[in-house]
Design a protein around this ligand. Structure first.
Ligand code: ATP
Ligand code: MG
Length: 463
């Protein structure tokens, strides 16, 4: 049986890794990403398929030696892809065994969370059918599986890490904030690579994980150099040294020595072509009747777009250039910390940049407590072509959960959707905000959103 050669004194049978949750912890610069990179190199050499959620765009260097597809929105992607393509790529990766790096380094927090959620949800459900060995790598996992906060994404990742074995799914999770990672996942991990930590909170986590007296944990951990760690599995616990990565490490510590950019392997054309189809929506070529109808709609759309541009121009002319939330309350009135207010402001700025018909849609949804509308109904309400709405999906509104009501039961209120959105997009802040802060945040967001909607002109005629 093939073995994974992780270092001069550590070699693991490949079979032991199948369906395993592997946790890699340690402070910044202690060698976590190198350790994860070495595990991925060894898995790739053994043709073991995997996907890596790469939050800092540092794993593309694996392409120096292996055929890996890099998708997402960072600097080194083979194909830039958004949310809609995520399930398709996940399916291709698992079915065909194509290794994928999801470069989410350029995505905003909310977009990243949804992208990874869509991707991993498909992996989880399909793995139930295919039951093949497959590994998921997640850097900075405290952002995705934070201790004490519940999100849909956390649920999927925890499921993969804790219950993936029967489906062949394993996870390599990496974090520099041991104390902020969901404890259940850490304590259930079958293999741990514990690099150096210094803070008392992290040391406490290590003491809970290691079967050693506290003093010994402290002494051994403090003495670990870069690339050294304590390897802990069900069978053994010992100090090991991990080998350096053979491929380019995009997250290396910069120095004054010049760094050569490596030559990267390209992915086969047929894989790229298959992926591009997901990006394009993969529609079959239309017949003559459909083509005529399409042309007719395109003409209508062009007219509508011209009208929208004109409305947008008129709106801009009368628009005040002040901050996104014009009547934003001062910080002491909202009672929210500045970093939370900054994130709210970023969202509002994004919403204010929406094309005019999408902003009208927002205004409509906010004003009317949406129930289950169809896209055609929504388009009719805001007096825009359904095709225009479909061609330019209002992603920020989908993220806010306002349009997902379509798929849910009638009677879901706008406020409930906002609560759900806050749980996703502000998950990192919620432990500190507490239930009262969360309530304040939802109210603040609601006020700001209705202000955006009331600054909308040309809206009063809508019944
Ligand atoms: N086993 C090793 N052998 C030799 N060099 C190593 C080893 N592990 C890490 N290094 C080097 O140490 C530096 C930091 O490593 P790495 O990026 O893996 O740390 P990290 O813990 O992931 O840091 P961060 O938390 O900032 O992401 C890099 O330049 C890397 O090349
Ligand atoms: Mg790292």
């Amino acid at each position: 049986m093939r073995a994974l050669n992780l270092g001069p004194d550590l070699s693991l049978p490949l079979s032991e890794v199948i369906g395993q949750c592997v946790a890699i912890l340690g402070i910044r610069g202690s060698g976590k990403s190198n350790t994860a990179g070495v595990i991925f190199e060894e898995l790739l050499s053994a043709r073991y398929p995997l996907s890596i959620v790469d939050i800092d765009g540092e794993y593309f260097g694996l392409k120096e030696k292996y055929e890996v597809l890099v998708v997402g929105s960072g600097e080194n992607v083979d194909i830039g892809l958004g949310l809609d393509a995520a399930p398709g790529v996940a399916e291709l990766s698992l079915r065909e065994g194509v290794p994928v790096i999801l470069d989410v380094s350029d995505m905003l927090a909310e977009e990243r969370e949804l992208f990874v959620l869509e991707y991993l949800t498909r992996i989880w459900s399909l793995a139930g059918k295919l039951r093949k060995p497959y590994m998921i790598g997640i850097e900075e996992c405290h952002e995705f599986i934070p201790q004490g906060v519940r999100t849909d994404l956390k649920e999927v990742i925890s499921r993969i890490a804790l219950r993936g074995r029967k489906r062949g799914l394993g996870a390599v999770i990496v974090s520099q904030r041991s104390a902020k990672v969901e404890k259940d996942v850490l304590t259930q991990a079958g293999m741990l690579f514990l690099h150096r930590v210094v803070h008392e909170v992290d040391m406490r986590v290590y003491s809970e994980l290691l079967p050693w007296p506290k003093g010994e944990v402290k002494e051994t951990v403090a003495g670990l150099g870069v690339g050294e760690c304590i390897y802990l599995s069900r069978e053994e616990v010992r100090k090991v040294r991990i080998r350096p990565r053979a491929t380019f490490h995009g997250g290396f510590t910069p120095s004054f020595k010049p760094v050569e950019t490596p030559k990267l392997r390209q992915v086969r054309g047929e894989i790229l072509a298959a992926i591009r189809r997901f990006g394009d929506g993969a529609t079959p070529a239309p017949g003559p009747a459909l083509r005529n109808r399409l042309e007719e709609l395109e003409t209508q759309l062009a007219l509508k777009e011209a009208r929208l541009r004109e409305l947008e121009r008129r709106l801009k002319e009368g628009e005040d250039e002040s901050p996104a939330c014009q009547e934003a309350q001062p910080e002491d009135e909202t009672g929210l910390p500045p970093e939370v207010l900054r994130q709210v402001d970023r969202l509002l700025r994004r919403l204010k940049r929406l094309p005019v018909h999408q902003r009208r849609l927002l205004a409509f949804l906010v004003a009317r407590e949406p129930r289950a509308y169809t896209t055609a109904e929504l388009a009719a309400w805001i007096d825009c072509a359904e095709a225009a709405l479909l061609a330019e999906p209002p992603n920020p509104l989908v993220e806010l959960g306002l349009l997902s009501c379509e798929r849910l039961a009638r009677g879901i209120t706008y406020r409930a959707r906002l609560k759900h959105y806050v749980a996703h997009a502000f998950s990192g802040f919620l432990p500190e905000l507490g239930p009262e802060g969360e309530h304040l945040l939802i109210s603040h967001l609601r006020r700001c959103l209705s202000r955006i909607s009331t600054t909308e002109r040309n809206f009063s005629h809508i019944p």
